[in-house]
Design a protein around this ligand. Structure first.
Ligand SMILES: *Cc1c(COP(=O)(O)O)cnc(C)c1O
Length: 396
């Protein structure tokens, strides 16, 4: 299905103009931040009609807003902008990445399609949400070694979703989205595009019907806003808006404002951070204290590496680099997935997903590469040296 909406403007231009096209006509430069929870109206007949229309269709209400759980003009700007960047018809924003994924599972589950086919590894909480059954989901984990055929085999009549991450958190393993989308048939493919961002990859152009972001990461880009968003066609967006209205996982307008602002520097941040990441990958791959480096063929600012010795020593030793979970910020963060981001996944399942207890995940920021290397080098000095490693492509 071809649901992408190619824009005549380039990504860099869309990043600073999408969602703001009407501002000049309004006599404004910065996007207005509307913090209203409710909207006064003397015409309750018209409000009733707008509520009926939303209940029947899930289309964005036309006319003045009614209540902030239904829609918010600042958040809507972020949604329009993200849809342009991902090349989709629509986007629906949520309070966090996990709220966004929950809404997708509720939409599919309410249609009686509770079975999900997924590929490990996924972000730890996504794995947990699918396998823990909290939302009534039943998951079949397809082995990436079986390729798209393994996905096709795992699909059942009650399969409502195929979910993948590429590059995956935290191993940076990559999947062929085009081949995957073909093997899904009529089942919607959800691609978590948090790591690549639309700067490096637009999954909708490869046939993914749903594109998930933890907007908390690169879209916000400064480590100060929590949010999530699904870019998709308008048919699914309508169902997602209805679930969002009913369950209340809305994005706060201030978060919408900050995310819209974050989008304007997204292309330049991702490119600069990726260049520094590639340089650090070269140095890590040549270092005898490192056992293995994972870096996607797509590029990007996420790096994973396995160490000889105790990875906790590296976390304890960094000073410029921030030892913290999360990613995508302007400053460099490092964490141990086995202890934090993927702690909630059972140890056996982490192993199946290729997540070594020795692996560290680093989100490269905008600092100078030499300064970052000096800090890493000091932190790595606690580790034993071994044979010179061969650089390895991120494989599953
Ligand atoms: C962080 C993350 C999420 C969850 O997003 P939150 O905004 O923390 O809820 C989902 N997917 C990936 C790949 C992530 O890194």
């Amino acid at each position: 299905m071809e649901t992408t909406h190619r824009s005549p403007r380039s990504l860099a231009t869309e990043a600073v103009h999408a969602g703001r096209d009407d501002l000049a006509a309004l006599g404004l430069h910065a996007a207005p931040l509307d913090l209203s929870t409710t909207y006064p109206s003397h015409d309750s007949r018209a409000e009733a009609a707008r509520l009926d229309e939303f209940a029947a269709t899930g289309a964005l209400p036309q006319g003045p807003p009614v209540y902030a759980r239904l829609d918010n003009p600042t958040v809507a700007r972020f949604e329009r902008a993200l849809a342009r960047l991902e090349g989709t018809e629509s986007a629906v924003a949520f309070a966090s990445g996990m709220a966004a994924l929950s809404a997708v599972l509720l939409v599919r589950g309410s249609a009686g399609l509770r079975h999900v086919v997924a590929v490990r590894p996924l972000y730890g909480c996504s794995d947990h949400l699918l396998s823990g059954g909290l939302l009534g989901t039943e998951v079949t984990w397809a082995d990436p070694a079986d390729g798209p055929a393994g996905i096709a085999r795992a699909i059942r009549p009650d399969t409502g979703l195929v979910m993948v991450e590429t590059p995956a958190n935290p191993t940076l393993a990559e999947l062929d989205l085009t081949a995957l989308a073909q093997s899904c048939g009529s089942v919607p493919l959800l691609a978590d595009n948090t790591f690549a961002t639309p700067v490096l990859q637009r999954p909708a152009a490869h046939g993914a019907r749903l594109v998930l972001h933890s907007a908390t990461k690169y879209l916000g880009g400064h480590g100060d806003v929590l949010g999530g968003v699904i870019a998709c066609d308008e048919e699914l967006a309508r169902q997602l808006r209805q679930v969002r209205f009913a369950t209340g996982g809305v994005l706060h307008p201030l978060a919408g404002y900050l995310l819209l602002r974050g989008l304007s520097t997204l292309p330049i941040r991702v490119r600069a951070q990726s260049a520094t990441a590639a340089e650090l990958v070269r140095r890590l791959a040549a270092d005898p204290r490192i056992a293995r480096v994972h870096y996607p063929s797509l590029g990007g600012a996420m790096v994973a590496f396995e160490v000889h010795g105790d990875p906790h020593e590296v976390i304890a030793g960094v000073r410029l680099i921030t030892p913290a979970v999360s990613l995508g910020s302007v400053d460099t963060l490092i964490q141990h997935p086995g202890s934090i981001s993927h702690r909630i996944v059972a140890e056996d399942d982490r192993r199946t997903g290729g997540i070594s207890e020795k692996v560290l995940r680093m989100s490269v920021g905008l600092e100078d590469a030499d300064d970052l290397w000096a800090d890493l080098d000091t932190a790595l000095s606690a580790l034993p040296s071994q044979r010179r490693p061969e650089p390895q492509p991120a494989g599953r």
